[in-house]
Write a protein that binds this ligand. Structure first.
Ligand code: BGC
Length: 388
């Protein structure tokens, strides 16, 4: 909404001729000028007497002019007010057509905040209402409970991670039986009645992590792995992919695998312990977003930054900073914003009766210090466009 304009130099210029005219009228006449040059009692008298006819005319003219200016001013003000519209008008948005619930693994997790940003952008574009829920800390039981609550409140559609097929299949199938379409995101459960999956090919992402390790170490390393969870299907797939990839490098030995429960603090604790138990470790791998951060923290603290190869997951701002400093060697970038964005679009398509592809794999790729500048430039262009 435009703001009310202040008087500008131009508007002052507009009033100059008017002011000049008034000044001319109010200037003393030739007679008066002579008189005023001789300040006598007569002068005073003549003003009210001999020069009276002329001065009264001038006074009338002045009054008329002042009235005209006042009327013009009021009109100009009214026009200006109408044009500038300083009174905020209520914007009437159409009521959202669909109520969608997105259930994340962990509410405050920065990875899931990116998913949320993408989902909200798509919801705005499709005039849907998106409600984001999730446990404060990863908790499968609570996650499933939130899904049950969404079904009970008869939402139009659900987007959720399916951490384990066993725990999530009954509730996903129940939603579908009640006519509520479910899209899985980030972690799939293909044997359920979910409508579609949007997210990484987690096995392939694991393979990429393994290949990055081989490249960074020349195929020779003693490795400790910290995985987000031993139960979650995406973590199982990534670890499997990683192991399969490093099989091709006989010089790589995986000596320890531990779970962080997707917690940065636990990741740091586990890394600390691994370094103590295996002083010959030359590489650490973290398979969920906060694992690499925990690992990097410990290496910096112990003065080992740059001496141990670190392969991480995701491109959180802190991960990029550690890559820049040379603490993290490489990371597997996923597309959480695109996951949120595309899953909402697909769900709305389905609710509108359009066909939806069952599998949408979002991109994953390796980022190192060499490609950091390019990556940052691309990311800022994307955020400007509010697109994945
Ligand atoms: C995974 C998510 C997980 C997150 C935890 C990501 O790499 O894809 O499933 O919730 O890490 O920080």
């Amino acid at each position: 909404m435009s703001r009310k304009r202040l008087p500008t130099a131009q508007s002052c210029f507009f009033w100059m001729p008017v002011l000049n005219f008034i000044m001319k009228l109010t200037k003393p006449t030739a007679q008066n000028r002579t008189a005023s040059s001789r300040p006598t009692v007569n002068t005073v008298h003549r003003i009210g007497g001999g020069g009276m006819a002329m001065d009264r005319k001038a006074l009338w003219a002045l009054c008329a002019l002042v009235s005209c200016v006042a009327v013009a001013g009021v009109i100009a003000l009214a026009v200006g007010v109408l044009r500038d519209d300083p009174v905020p008008r209520a914007t009437v948005l159409p009521a959202p057509r669909f109520h969608i619930v997105l259930i994340a693994q962990e509410r405050g997790n920065p990875y899931w905040q990116k998913v949320q940003a993408g989902a909200e952008a798509a919801a705005r574009e499709r005039n849907a209402f998106i409600e984001v829920r999730g446990p404060v800390q990863t908790d499968i039981e609570e996650h499933v409970k939130l899904l049950d609550m969404a079904i009970a409140s008869r939402v139009d559609g659900i987007i959720t991670q399916a951490l384990t097929e066993k725990a999530f299949a009954p509730v996903i199938n129940k939603a579908r039986e009640k006519g509520i379409p479910v899209i899985t995101i980030d972690t799939d459960a293909p044997a359920t009645k979910r409508l579609a999956y949007v997210g990484s090919d987690n096995y392939r992402a694991g393979v990429q992590a393994g290949q990055a390790l081989i490249r960074a170490t020349g195929g020779k390393a003693t490795v400790g792995v910290i995985t987000g969870s031993f139960e979650a299907e995406n973590m199982i797939q990534r670890l499997k992919g990683f192991r399969d990839a490093v099989k091709h490098a006989p010089g790589i030995r995986v000596v320890a695998v531990e779970s962080s429960n997707i917690s940065r603090i636990y990741a740091a604790e586990r890394a600390e312990r691994m370094l103590k138990d295996h002083p010959d470790l030359t590489a650490l791998v973290g398979t969920s977003a906060l694992d690499g951060l925990g690992i990097a923290e410990v290496l910096e603290k112990r003065g080992l930054a740059g001496r141990v190869t670190v392969i991480a997951f995701d491109d959180l701002a802190e991960t990029l900073a550690y890559i820049e400093k040379g603490v993290i060697t490489a990371t597997v970038v996923q597309a959480p914003y695109a996951m949120g964005y595309r899953s909402v679009h697909l769900l709305v398509d389905a609710l509108e009766g359009k066909p939806v592809p069952p599998l949408t794999y979002t991109d994953t790729y390796i980022l190192t210090r060499d490609t950091l500048a390019l990556h940052r430039a691309a990311a800022s262009r994307e955020s400007e466009a509010d697109r994945p």
